[in-house]
Design a protein around this ligand. Sequence first.
Ligand code: MG
Length: 164
Amino acid sequence: MLEQKMKIALNQQVNAELWSSYLYLSMSYDMGGKGYEGMASWFAAQAKEEFEHAGRFMKFIGEREGKVKLMPIEAVKQTWDTPKDAFEDTLKHEKIVTEKIHKLMDMAVELKDYATQNMLKWFIDEQVEEEDAVRNILEKLQRIESSPAGLYALDKQLGKRGND
Ligand code: MG
């Protein structure tokens, strides 16, 4: 069984993952509305992944005889001036998520909760990948600056996510 403290923290992480999903959904519609269809689909895929992350935490809480508590999801930002702004916010957000996962791991270690530690290892690796992927996109955006041709090509490339 999960310790109370761990259960509360994991339920908070469910909310954080759902909030992430909400954030990327908002970015998806904003980018789509601005004509960046590829980025819109990239962020939609990202939103779906975050929803799945919430699912992993919920499944785990259930398996450890805990009760999943779905809490209200706070509103997210609705608009970004440029794709670069959206991806900068994405990287900032993913760094915060990484910290949250690390804090959960600290707690699991402190409580000698080995099953939770094992479950969290997947998320630790996932965060390394997430940050790296977003950093790569940001590097490209920096190189492109505001070149329409460059943005067009990158948008097309990002639109291929999930289709390969
Ligand atoms: Mg996540």
